[in-house]
Design a protein around this ligand. Structure first.
Ligand code: FAD
Length: 505
């Protein structure tokens, strides 16, 4: 097997050239050819290039299949709460070990959930149990589906391979910044459902964990929509928006602590302007450009997050009378606007209380203030960057039209963001504009409020993944404070599955 590193192609050049190069090196036709890594080097705008690592061989190569130890004893009764990445990947991994879990999800199947989301966008009637945060696939289903993660877990590769196994584009396995897109994610989620049901797992929708029975520090049963269900193991893969579930768990003695997060607004630019600023005129031959910016110029760190090239700002509320933004794109990232979360570090001191759920109250306050600022009906408050920087109210859009489907109303950021957040943004935007000139464009639109960037709480757990002082319960994923994003949440779900399987081998 030959591995070639540092191969380059110019934007628009065909990847067939890589195969031809391999065959020249092999002095024979390649029976095996695989791209291992692909990244874009845009440091020099005059010489932008794709950089590859590939492997090839004269022989047909069989990639080794993963093997999984099976449980030997009786079938344990494992209930997984939440069908987001953590819950779904936990279920898949348990099935590989021969454990057939029961998966419960408060929201609806992904197809019905999409209808609920479209109804909400059209009418403003919110289904508080089936929306952008809740329902099969979890919070990231209607997202850009970015799969890069800052964690360095060996499980990340397994997550990407599992996504490909269930229908994601193959390139996510080797791209340096892989993304699936909402269109593909919905299909992948449906395929994972098929796998779970086809291998003896069970899924119950519109089924909410409403209580737990803990006896002598050990799980005895779960309550699902108020009905008692005996369980040996309970996985809490509930996501960061399960506020009622956090309250229920706190009341049942789960140890929780406040967790800092970030909050701010979505910023929208014309995708073309971002492309030109990042790549010069070569942007036309390249995938829609992204960016990642950080500023330490203000009192608090400000950073861009969850950038969605060619995407839309999606209404992401899960509670009445609160506006929440997030970003989404399809695989092609073909829309006219680029958006990203532009967020400021939120500190415990901002919460104004030591209560473990004070961060939830802080989020809710901003969401309700944003709802009021825009006059209700889940319209979002917007302000143009130029007006925000000059301290003026906005009165009309210029080049950039907001993509937020529920409609918008002009309102200053200060009407819903605490002063420390608004002031930090005002200092950071021009500073970030020094790194990426298009970023501070006066016609860019700021839409509020980006409040659900990660969980405001952590449910404590031990090395064995079980909740502190409660045997048989496994808090995992983003909501319990152990992940940030799709890939790391999925990896944590796998980790919980391994911990449960180990108990039953
Ligand atoms: C619009 C949007 C765009 C995003 N874009 C990206 C992106 O591009 N890349 C990225 O890495 N991350 C993105 N994220 C974040 C990502 O979605 C989360 O990090 C990830 O989904 C967390 O996975 P999870 O399984 O821990 O929780 P979740 O995905 O939140 O899943 C939790 C599930 O539990 C269910 N649940 C909650 N309480 C109960 C209960 N009591 N009973 C039964 N079910 C319950 C919920 O309905 C939900 O389906 C985005 C998020 C949103 C909202």
């Amino acid at each position: 097997m030959l591995t070639l590193t540092g191969l380059t192609l110019r934007p628009g050049e065909s990847e067939d050239k890589l195969l031809a190069l391999c065959e020249r090196k092999l002095h024979a036709p390649a029976a095996h050819f695989r791209i291992l890594k692909k990244s874009l080097d845009a440091r020099d705008k005059g010489a932008i290039k794709w950089v590859y690592t590939v492997e090839c061989s004269k022989k047909r190569e069989q990639l080794p299949a993963r093997t999984y130890e099976k449980i030997k004893g009786e079938q344990p009764r494992v209930v997984i709460v939440g069908a987001g990445p953590a819950g779904l990947f936990c279920a898949v991994r348990l099935l590989r070990h021969g454990i057939r879990p029961i998966l419960i999800e408060r929201g609806r199947p992904v197809e019905a959930r999409e209808e609920d989301i479209l109804t909400f966008q059209r009418t403003g009637v919110l289904n508080t149990e089936s929306n952008v945060q809740f329902g099969e696939g979890g919070a990231g289903t209607f997202s850009d589906g970015k799969l890069n993660t800052q964690t360095n877990s060996p499980l990340n590769r397994e997550v990407l391979e599992t996504f490909v196994e269930f229908g994601a584009p193959k390139e996510i396995a080797y791209l340096s910044k892989p993304h699936i897109g909402s269109d593909n994610l919905k299909k992948v989620v449906a395929n994972i459902r098929g796998f779970i049901l086809g291998h003896g797992g069970r899924i119950f929708y519109e089924s909410k964990l409403t209580g737990v029975d803990i006896k002598g520090g050990k799980l005895s049963a779960a309550y699902i929509n108020g009905t008692r269900v005996e369980a040996d193991d309970l996985v809490l893969a509930i996501g960061h928006s399960a506020r009622d579930t956090f309250e229920m768990l706190l009341a049942n003695g789960f140890q929780m602590e406040q967790k800092e997060f970030a909050a701010g607004v979505r910023i929208e630019h014309l995708q073309e302007e971002i492309g030109r600023a990042q790549y010069g005129e070569a942007f036309r031959l390249l995938p829609p450009a992204d960016y990642k910016l950080v500023s330490h110029a203000a009192e608090r760190a400000v950073f861009s997050f969850c950038m969605c090239p060619g995407g839309v700002v999606i209404p992401s509320a899960s509670e009445d009378a609160g506006v929440v933004t997030n970003g989404m794109s399809n695989f092609a990232r073909g829309g006219p606007n680029a958006n990203s979360a532009l967020v400021v570090q939120v500190k415990r001191e901002d919460f104004g209380s030591d209560h473990p759920l004070a961060g939830v109250a802080f989020q809710r306050e901003m969401e309700r203030a944003a709802f009021r600022a825009a006059g209700g009906m889940f319209r979002a408050p917007v302000q143009l960057v130029g007006d925000f920087l000059d301290g003026r109210e906005s009165s009309r859009f210029k080049g950039v039209l907001p993509s937020y489907a529920r409609g918008t109303a002009f309102a200053p950021l200060e009407s819903y963001l605490p002063p420390v957040l608004a002031n930090s943004l005002r200092t950071a935007i021009p500073d970030m504009g020094r790194l990426l000139s298009a970023f501070k464009a006066p016609d860019a639109v700021l839409t509020g409020v980006e409040s659900r960037t990660s969980s405001p709480v952590r449910i404590l757990r031990g090395e064995d993944m079980q909740a502190a002082g409660i045997e048989g319960v496994y808090p995992c994923g983003e909501g319990c404070g152990y992940a940030g994003g799709i890939t790391s949440a999925a990896a944590d779900g796998i980790r919980a599955a391994c911990a449960i399987a180990r108990k039953h081998f």
